[in-house]
Design a protein around this ligand. Structure first.
Ligand code: ADP
Ligand code: MG
Length: 377
């Protein structure tokens, strides 16, 4: 049920941001963002602190006006509509519940603002409380609830108006790890069941990659990359994204020769061979300045030199336990740091003694190449 006055056009995407920018005085919080969101889609937005995630959500919610660009909902421009006129509620990390109202009054609030009659309000709020497992808590004050329960009240309050889109700004970051995982599951299930779109800001990669149909990575107010989680994971579009995702080794490289899909690369750590595969194109011709990205789990570590095409001698400087795998941190003689993810089987074969020399190697097929930005920082 969509209470917005805008008819469903069927063709236009649910949300369409075109060239959306927001500046505060001289600060560009968001800069030229283009983004489309389909009905029922789960989009996660990630990026370093201050990159414009919250500002983007606030503009979608109508809490902030863009300085330029357009925001369409169901094909209709909404940039001048107030929050209650556009049906895009937002759930914050702080939840922003009213402490002086009971649980059910909190949930009814949005309906009251929309002048829904008292009996109807009660009925709908009661429904949503039951749906979120809060039926017995209707008369409690919100400060008498646990963190997870409050989270559900905030959700019920946003969902009671049955919006086509829910905006969530780091909603789980205040919860402990176990509760956060549990709520992650509940949110995903709820989103699929309701079939409404979620735009979900998180600083947690695991949250974003587990929950979303599509992830958007922002940097300095701009969209750095947008795509399916596995696409972004395997094919980061830039050095920035590769670094942001973590677990990547990045070598500054020049293409010295190209033979079909094979590229000869020159790096400060030596010459490597990359299989360009689907990444062909003029940008990767001889002479191109690129960044070579090799994931930590794609690198093998041996105590003796092998005959691998891509091999670097390096010294173990430390190790880090990540559950069932260990990250080996190594350094080349030139001071380049290399991280290698080792599983239980790898660890049976080598002794991780700090100070010992190893050989890190990888296949040409595991080389991912990205263009180097012109203004490197
Ligand atoms: P994120 O949510 O990604 O951490 P924000 O969207 O909150 O980032 O902020 C983006 C940039 O805009 C930051 O540099 C921040 O300081 C600035 N900013 C956000 N809101 C305001 C505001 N109301 N007034 C001035 N600057 C702001
Ligand atoms: Mg924020």
């Amino acid at each position: 049920m969509n209470s917005s006055p805008v008819p469903e056009s069927g063709r236009a995407p649910l949300v369409q941001l075109s060239g959306v920018s927001k500046s505060y005085g001289g600060v560009m919080a968001v800069s030229g963002v283009d983004l489309e969101i389909a009905r029922g889609e789960f989009v996660a937005i990630m990026g370093p602190s201050g990159c414009g995630k919250t500002t983007t959500l606030r503009m979608l919610a109508g809490l902030e006006n863009p300085s330029s660009g357009s925001i369409r909902l169901n094909g209709e421009e909404v940039r001048d509509l107030a929050p209650w006129q556009r049906d895009t509620p937002m759930v914050w990390q702080s939840l922003a519940l009213f402490p002086f109202l009971s649980v059910i009054e909190n949930v009814e609030f949005g309906l009251r603002m929309r002048k829904v009659g008292r009996a109807e309000r009660r009925r709908r709020a009661t429904d949503w409380l039951a749906r979120l497992g809060l039926a017995d808590f209707a008369q409690r004050r919100v400060d008498e609830l646990s963190g997870g329960q409050r989270q559900r009240v905030a959700l019920a309050r946003s969902l009671v108006t049955e919006p086509p889109l829910l905006l969530l700004d780091e909603p789980l970051s205040a919860l402990d790890h176990h509760l956060s995982l549990k709520m992650q599951g509940e949110l995903t299930r709820l989103q699929r069941e309701l079939g409404i779109a979620f735009v979900y800001v998180t600083h947690s990669h695991s949250e974003a990659f587990a929950m979303a149909d599509r992830v958007v990575i922002m940097a300095n107010g701009e969209v750095a990359q947008c795509g399916a989680p596995m696409e972004v994971f395997h094919r980061p579009a830039s050095r920035f994204v590769a670094e942001f995702l973590g677990g990547n080794n990045i070598f500054q490289a020049d293409v010295v020769a190209r033979d079909g899909s094979r590229l000869e690369l020159r790096t400060p750590e030596g010459r490597f061979t990359a299989e360009a595969g689907a990444q062909g194109g003029a940008a990767l011709a001889a002479g191109a300045a690129i960044d070579l990205v090799v994931r930590a789990d794609r690198i093998s570590l041996t105590a003796k030199p092998g005959w691998a095409t891509n091999e670097v001698a390096c010294t173990l400087v430390g190790e880090e336990f990540i559950g069932s795998t260990v990250n080996g941190h190594l350094e080349t003689s030139g001071g380049k740091q290399i991280v290698v993810q080792l599983n239980a089987k790898d660890l049976e074969e080598i002794e991780l003694d700090v100070g010992r020399q190893f050989y890190a190697s990888w296949h040409p097929e595991d080389c991912h190449l990205v263009q180097r930005p012109h203004a490197a920082h």
